[in-house]
Design a protein. Structure first.
Ligand SMILES: NC(=O)c1ccc[n+]([C@@H]2O[C@H](COP(=O)([O-])OP(=O)(O)OC[C@H]3O[C@@H](n4cnc5c(N)ncnc54)[C@H](OP(=O)(O)O)[C@@H]3O)[C@@H](O)[C@H]2O)c1
Length: 258
């Protein structure tokens, strides 16, 4: 199990899963870099991490701003080499409670934050991580990466794209000593989770989700997918004839409050 002494960067650390992960990696000898737009939430997470003995840097940055994100993470990496970077920042939209579908702009905006935002964060660090042959990259996708969900096409596309990007960089880094953990959670409680209207089978607390992800990152696992019954069900849809699979996935209807 790795202690990740050195630099740990987490995006979306102003609340929810990102804040919980930051607190879990906070320890003496660790220098955290916390990134999100909301300064108040970042300060709150930073205080909790500092109380655990970590040195903390924060940046109120939008992950859609490629240049600013690159400038921030490269500055942090030059000061303390990155041992772990977790691309966690994300947004979710979908069919509204009134039954209207997500707009094209909403779909594009999820791709901008969830997929491009993660690439903006991790991409600039890749050459250094590759050259050092050390460091772990965690990419927070979703079970929606495994099967497009009819009520949230943009979210599904953004997470499937991130999963594919992660597979590509994981294979590229193989054998260097550095590694990638692809993270695909099911439901857990958070601001994002609260906006979901519909069944949430096997839902976890944010802390339980963070604990599972922390274990996978420290153990250097290639992936961290939970809960397994839901993941297996969505994966199995690929084995069905298309009309049947499409009918089955329509059983998973839900709404998302804007
Ligand atoms: N909750 C679930 O059931 C669930 C299930 C599967 C996967 N996930 C994934 O888990 C991750 C964390 O979700 P969560 O449930 O903890 O959500 P959350 O409580 O809504 O937190 C999302 C975080 O992302 C940050 N963020 C959003 N847009 C950003 C932007 N443009 N630039 C920088 N930061 C941004 C937010 O900070 P600011 O608003 O302050 O910028 C916040 O810190 C997401 O990638 C999500 O897709 C969640």
């Amino acid at each position: 199990m790795s202690g990740f002494v050195g630099g740990v960067i987490v995006s979306g650390a102003s609340r929810g899963l990102g804040a919980a992960l930051a607190r879990r990696f906070a320890a003496p000898g660790v220098t955290l870099g916390l990134l999100a737009r909301g300064e108040a939430g970042l300060h709150e997470t930073a205080a909790a991490c500092a109380a655990r003995g970590a040195t903390v840097r924060i940046a109120a940055v939008d992950v859609r701003d490629a240049e600013e994100v690159a400038r921030t993470v490269l500055k942090w990496d030059a000061a303390v080499p990155t041992g772990l970077v977790v691309a966690n920042a994300g947004i979710a939209a979908g069919r509204r409670p009134d039954g209207s579908a997500e707009t094209a702009a909403e779909a594009a905006s999820q791709v901008s934050v969830n997929l491009l935002g993660a690439i903006h964060l991790v991409g600039p660090l890749l050459p250094a991580i590759h050259a050092r042959g050390a460091g772990r990259i965690g990419l927070v996708t979703s079970l929606a990466a495994f099967r497009g969900l009819p009520d949230s096409p943009g979210y599904s596309a953004s997470k499937a794209g991130l999963w594919a990007w992660g597979e590509a960089i994981r294979a590229d880094l193989a054998g260097t000593g550095a590694g990638v953990t692809l993270i695909a959670p099911g439901f857990f409680d958070s601001a994002m989770g609260d906006a979901w209207v519909g069944a949430r089978p096997f839902s976890l607390s944010t802390e339980e989700a963070a604990a599972r992800i922390e274990r996978a990152l420290r153990a250097g696992r290639a992936s961290c997918v939970f809960p397994l019954p839901l993941a297996a069900g969505l994966r199995a849809l690929a084995l069905l004839p298309t009309p049947l699979a499409d009918r089955a996935v329509r059983l998973l209807r839900f709404r998302i409050r804007p």
